[in-house]
Ligand binder design. Structure first.
Ligand SMILES: O=C(O)[C@H]1O[C@H](OP(=O)(O)OP(=O)(O)OC[C@H]2O[C@@H](n3ccc(=O)[nH]c3=O)[C@H](O)[C@@H]2O)[C@H](O)[C@@H](O)[C@@H]1O
Length: 446
């Protein structure tokens, strides 16, 4: 068992006294000590069992297939709330400097998941236009943390500091809000990935539900309350067959636990808006891709495997049905995120109390033109000049839906969202980045 796991166990005052008492005293009080020890022990077991939803899920789960590590101990530590040391004057100075607004009417934005794919791009874009940006990320190893560290270096060069911590760490979040009166929170920290939810369900509950609630709890008590824009997912449409997907369509048939936790997030957002007057905007991202992307996503590991001469599994639906995605390029998504932030109204509550009705929105951010996965592979083959070893197989029943297709008229109306990058153009930029980042084809065995 890892020491970080032990660190999570609160020590009781009773236990502490016991260790300090003398041998004679201990003998005299042996029966009460034995009883107490028994109850302390029982308590510890209960704490271990119930403390973390992710912990209990680990008994049957393995570490992420996309990460470099495969040990359960590492999985435990990446989910623990133990954050690297924070606090102190130097740390506060870094936090303040990163969050300092440098343009007139600029925002100060807390970006959760800042070392993630979308988080990195959004942080850079905000900083570039003069907003104050403070990142927060737990650097878990769901996929190669080295890539997250590289994104962190990128942000550092733009003057953005990423606080290392988990969104479940209420003390840390409170401290950040004490230091900075954030006008906005761009909440992108999440356990992503559709298929991994069957392997490690607890991690989805931990980040997408418990973590989100913890963040909202801190936001609702903050003065001023920030406006919150956060990442939902196209997967909430689940088994919906009406195309293109409109925000008005039903979203009560999720096909994966991941989708269910994102849908839960939308309902939780409703509650915090209703009770506390928090301004909340959920963005349903449609299969976002691009440079600095996520290695667990198909376009990314297809590229890696094509270059390495390994076969790639291409899913097809029943009766050779096409599986397609409304792949959306990262720059378009960034514009959508900024548009949502810019049109977000202020939260209306203060002191943890609602003063007036507040804004509650949800938008599709897609590309409006679904592409079959087999076409994605053909584009990659052309760009990489390597023929893929295609392994066509039946769409597994592990949470995937057959297709996605966004209706974006709502986002267009509200903030002029208009994607401009087609898959061919976007993948070209991705491949260029991939080759430069991983050095050469030979080295691309990340
Ligand atoms: O749009 C979204 O909301 C979601 O988009 C992606 O989920 P997904 O569309 O499943 O993206 P990939 O895992 O990259 O899969 C893309 C396509 O490739 C297919 N695929 C995937 C893996 C594989 O081995 N073979 C294969 O054909 C999938 O069925 C899917 O049609 C992200 O992983 C989610 O985090 C995100 O929330």
């Amino acid at each position: 068992m890892s020491s970080s796991h032990m660190d999570n166990i609160p020590s009781t005052p009773g236990k502490f006294k016991m260790e300090k008492s003398s041998y004679i005293q201990r003998c005299r009080h042996f029966s009460s000590v034995a009883k107490l020890t028994f109850f302390v022990f029982l308590g510890l077991i209960l704490v271990l069992f119930f403390k973390s939803p992710s912990t209990s899920s680990l008994s049957s789960s393995s570490s992420s297939p996309y990460s470099s590590s495969s040990s359960i101990a590492s999985d435990l530590s990446r989910r623990s709330l133990k954050t690297s040391s924070w606090g102190g004057l130097a740390w506060e100075k870094r936090v303040r400097s990163s969050a300092r607004i440098r343009s007139r009417n600029g925002f100060s934005v807390l970006v959760t998941g800042a070392a993630g794919f979308v988080g990195t791009h959004v942080s850079v874009a905000l900083k570039r236009r003069g907003d104050g940006v403070l990142g927060l990320d737990n650097f878990n190893d769901y996929y190669d943390p080295a890539l997250k560290r590289a994104r962190q270096s990128l942000l550092e060069r733009s003057g953005i500091y990423i606080v290392e911590g988990d969104i479940n760490d209420a003390a840390l979040l409170k401290k950040l809000f004490e230091l900075i009166p954030f006008t906005h929170v761009m909440h992108l920290a999440a356990q992503a990935g559709v298929r991994y939810a069957m392997e490690n369900p607890g991690s989805y509950v931990h980040s997408n539900i418990a973590g989100f609630v913890n963040l909202l709890e801190v936001c609702k008590s903050a003065n001023p309350q920030p406006a919150i824009v956060w990442a939902s997912s196209s997967s909430v449409y689940g088994l919906n067959t009406k195309v293109p997907f409109s925000e008005k369509d039903r979203t009560d048939q999720p096909a994966s636990l991941y989708a269910a936790t994102k849908k839960a997030g939308e309902e939780i957002a409703h509650t915090y808006n209703h009770i506390y007057g928090l301004s909340l905007t959920g963005l349903r991202f449609f299969t976002v891709y691009g440079p600095w992307g996520r290695p667990d996503m198909a376009y990314f590991f297809f590229t890696r495997n094509i270059l390495k001469g390994k076969s790639i599994p291409i899913f097809e639906a029943a009766n050779h049905g096409t599986v397609a995605r409304d792949f959306t390029y990262i720059d378009d998504i960034v514009k959508g995120c900024l548009g949502a932030l810019d049109t977000a109204e202020k939260s209306t509550g203060s002191g943890g109390k609602k003063r007036a009705p507040a804004q509650l929105r949800v938008f599709n951010l897609g590309n409006t033109s679904p592409v079959p996965v087999s076409d994605l592979v053909s584009i990659l083959e052309r760009l990489l000049k390597v023929k893929a070893k295609r392994l066509v197989m039946k769409l597994p029943r592990n949470g995937d839906v057959q297709f996605t297709h966004a209706n974006i008229s709502s986002a267009r109306r509200e903030f002029g969202y208009k994607p401009t990058t087609d898959l061919q153009t976007g993948l070209k930029k991705f491949v260029r980045w991939y080759v430069s980042y991983y050095g050469s084809v030979k080295k691309s065995d990340q």
